[in-house]
Ligand binder design. Sequence first.
Ligand code: PEP
Ligand code: MG
Length: 747
Amino acid sequence: MPDGTESESRKLLKRLREVMAGSDAGQTRLDKITHLIADSMGTEVCSVYLFRDPETLELCATEGLDAEAVHHTRMRLGEGLVGRVARAGRVVNTPNAPAEPGFRYMPETGEERYSSFLGIPIQRLGESLGVLVVQSREARQFSADEVYALEVVAMVIAEMTELGAFVGEGAALSPLHQRSVVIRGTSAQEGTAEGHVWLHEPRVVVTNPIADDPQRELERLSEAVEELRVGVDKMLELSRGADKEQLQVLEAYRMFANSKGWMRRMEEDIARGLSAEAAVEKEQSLARSRISQAQDSYLRERLSDLDDLSNRLLRILTGQGNNTGAELPPDPILIARNIGPGDLLEYGRTLRGIVLEEGSVGSHAAIVARALAIPLVVRAKRITTEALNGDHIIVAGDQGLVHLRPDDTVVSAFRDKIAMRAEAQQRYASIRDKPAETLDGQTVALHMNAGLMADLPSLESSGAEGVGLFRTELQFLVRNKMPKRSELVALYARVLDAAHGKRVIFRTLDIGSDKVLPYMKPNDEPNPALGWRAIRVGLDKPGVMRMQLQALIRAADGRPLTVMFPFVAQFEEYRAARAEVDKTIAREKRLGHRLPENIEIGAMLETPSLAFAPQKFFDEVGFLSIGGNDLKQFFFAADRENERVRRRYDTLNVSFLSLIEQIVERCDRSGTPLSFCGEDAGRPIEALCLAAIGLRSLSMRPASIGPVKSLLRRADLGEVRKIISDARHRGDQSVRPAVMDYLRDQG
Ligand code: PEP
Ligand code: MG
């Protein structure tokens, strides 16, 4: 293509398409393609290098270099000019390759004869697949037009690679989506799951990268862009009342959708022979590779907007909505960049596991996944690029690991682990209806934590005595607007119905800190965990709390009701909250609503301050529940959401146990019922120690009830208590090693 005309470029693409349509095996196709390109570009050499693994490029086909070198010549990412193109994702265009920094010639290829070098990254959606190279003896710089034409060809090769066009007998290519991959993310919900990939937003597959009739493609593009613009305007129209930030995002969308530069580049690609969708994808690829390189977070955000718009445009052009016709596998593992709690709830318990490319441990999706006890890994880099619908996948939630297309040894190791768990589950099921009675005759009441309607069936299956903590904020978090009182009445009534008379402790809204309602103005607080949260919000702005109390009273409709206030730090807060309940009862009575048969009002002990409250507080409060997650973070001054410090201090640290023991004693003195409902209650060793220092009620995730009960039934609390006290006298930091030794001795 020395004259670099558009029609030359179209001719080349047309010939490429003929090769693709033929019945040749993968390698033959690739050979023909390099021949065609060299011929069309008027160069002596054209080579295709593809990734063997994420670090290694392999010469997979060549016209002009020694044929012997094919599938033998390999280079590391960043090595030589080819490696440089792949690493930086940028074109290298030079008349004098040997003079370039980093040049390294591969003697087996015979490439020392060639002076000029043009290397183009083969990328798809920002993902590097390989490098396309042309070389010639004559020392010349390739023209901008030639570079551009070769970029279009590289784009088509990328699409073909993606579609598996070079796989097959004799190709010796390990296609991207067939190799097994291990991705390390962050654990957000424990548990192990094996299943098949279900992409929440399937990738749009472009099957026709090359088109004959540019005029028709230009029309298609223009119609699709028009539809996109109308859609964005409609979104803006509907969001009139939305907050400033959301409007800004939509305005940015509109700006891109009307961007002349964006349109012009796509039109040029079409003129060179690409189909409308391939032109959109080429732009999207460019935006993606810039996203990964952009330092500025504002720029990154805007490039992500462009990425999103391109996706919408591709969906319009290909007619592939979210529904691609793929069927949900029987054992789906959901893969997504991110997912909202509402969408997640729609899938519900059908999912075996969830892997998110973004997301965070404290996100709403994580809260829902935890409530549904579905193993979840977040921040799994590149998972949406690597995974295809239907791929075999193993999620090791405990370690935050994802094995995509695992090989047999990994599969069998995991199956053993899963089988062991299943066996344990059977054991737990056999003691479901038995009490958690220890060898020395102490009984510990085991309750479950809940927050969604979906949790309630576990009340029956886990053998829990009741719901020790119903986190009412989950219902607020999974919506995009404030629920109405009538909706809450209906919901709480359904919860009580489903509990069939077992006690449910409703905790009033615990928002703030990590739990921010999407429809409430976020408070820009320097330290949200120590900020305006939970009961503090409830007392300062009592409207929502009153509505919630009314809803609870109406839902009880004459049945007993138990309410608990979160994050009470001092006696006065409890008194004020209690006064709200009394006022609400009086009002409901006036309005003629049936009052609960009896109301128990309690508080969560989540700050060390409350452990030192006047004894009168312990006399007055209906019951107490230790929120160990918060209490521990404040006791050790270690943020529970901060990976760096959250595991730093052991719950079985003697200082922390002494604090708990003191709370037990104060409650005993005033006969106040006491429970423990933080995550530690569901960890068998921790639960055993809590019981040994006097707790007789624990509330935990339903799945933990079996393991905790099983250990309690085999333990002697008196002995464990002695071990704890000996460890304390010895000056141990944590009682864990001593307790573990004891349990090991017991077998
Ligand atoms: C706690 O803090 O221990 C607790 C149970 O409440 P949450 O985890 O909802 O803050
Ligand atoms: Mg808490």
